[in-house]
Write a protein that binds this ligand. Sequence first.
Ligand code: NAD
Length: 484
Amino acid sequence: MTTMKIASHALLIGGEWVQPADGGSIPMIDPCSGEVFAHIAAGGARDIDRAVRAAQTALDGSWGRTPASERGRILQRWARLIEANLEELTLIEARDTGKPMNASRIDIQVTARYFDFYGGAADKLHGQVIPFLDGYTVNVLREPHGVTGHIIPWNYPAQQYGRTVAAALAAGNAAVIKPSEDACLSTLRLSELGLEAGVPGDALNVVTGLGEVAGAALSAHPGVNFLSFTGSPEVGTLVQASAARNHVPCTLELGGKSPQVVFADADLDRSVPVVVKAIVQHAGQTCSAGSRLLVQKEIYERFLGLVSEAFGKVRVGTPEMNLDCGPVMNATQRDRIRSFTQAAIDSGVPVLARGSFADGLPPQGFWVQPTLFGPVPREHSLACEEVFGPVLSAIPFEDEEDAIRLANATDYGLVGAVWTANGACQQRVSKRMRCGQVFINCYGAGGGVELPFGGVKKSGHGREKGFLALEHFTVTKTIVNYHG
Ligand code: NAD
């Protein structure tokens, strides 16, 4: 599908493409065909150590001395380079993740926006002067943490890169990035463009490799001053334990089981396509997927009739076909999703609708049929656990109080939506939802570059995106000066 211009078999450390200290490579599998299409370098602990040391030198040298306004200019130049290479990056991302080309293109455009946004914000991140006792001046500086470690998942590799790396660099940190071994080619190419834009090589390091090897080494490295992790709650727990051992802060962006709450007075025609897209997008492999559809009982039958009709039209295909979604990431994902759906069918949960496959799909691809279930019993695993696939669970509710209870009834708390024409109900429900983002009569924000994002409970902690991320990627220092 695409010719990789980058040295995908090497690591990027200190501005050079280098071979991993222990040698070795990892095959990259095309999710559409199940075939190997590239190899990446299998970085390990020694490579991570080398990358962290390179990043440390950037703090006292090149990057540390670059004024904020110049950092911003470099990031915005980077954004222009991403746009100039839009089609190549789109192909890379689609090949790596299997998502439709149109969706992949949007991902790259959003990635460029992160570099624009944080480039523009770099010289607007101010400290404070605090009124204090007579004869004193107190300044609160906002400083970078130092070396930031970025552990990135496979579902939105380019966007994840943009949202954490652009913010960290804008704030003056030096980055060491460990992308997912399942999809990391856009990370390599984006980093190459970063060097071209003018980021000093020692401030931008990428070590590809297995999570339990390179990822574990990065999270445990004592030279890392802040960890940004996006991925599963299980691995997030390990990363947080490593951060605790080194006494460094971390941001965890974990999974979700996000509810869409539809009241009887909602605009049903408007909500139906949004509800379907929110679970089908990237084959449900979106942390903020709207995977629980909570519907007021008065309209449950009618609304589910409309959703079933739309859901039945969902089509799965290759990136070039540009249908509603592509394959899932790998065989593990496929088998996990199928075990969820099979268990639901075996336990008698009704299937209301299923999407279909385009003709002629490669048989070895990781294809999963989108499925709408309902009514799903409230305690069922399908109602509570993250499937991370194109599986929507519909559940009826009685009234507002019941809806709020149900919306908050999982271990997760990432995103939620309220569909109603009643303004007071919109406010009451959105305030009582335990999650990091609520949408009213809409869902998703096209990347949401400007909007603080993150979860509560098992969905993680800390915030990324928006200006707030810059606060997370910095630390304050209070300077008390007695001058009489
Ligand atoms: P994962 O946790 O398996 O992997 C995430 C990253 O962690 C990868 O780079 C992986 O190599 C690395 N890793 C694996 N083992 C490690 C270890 N022992 N130490 C350090 N790093 C390690 O998750 P995944 O399967 O890539 O992604 C899917 C999960 O991520 C889902 O649960 C999804 O909801 C979540 N997710 C959350 C968000 C969010 O913003 N909240 C965004 C995307 C994905």
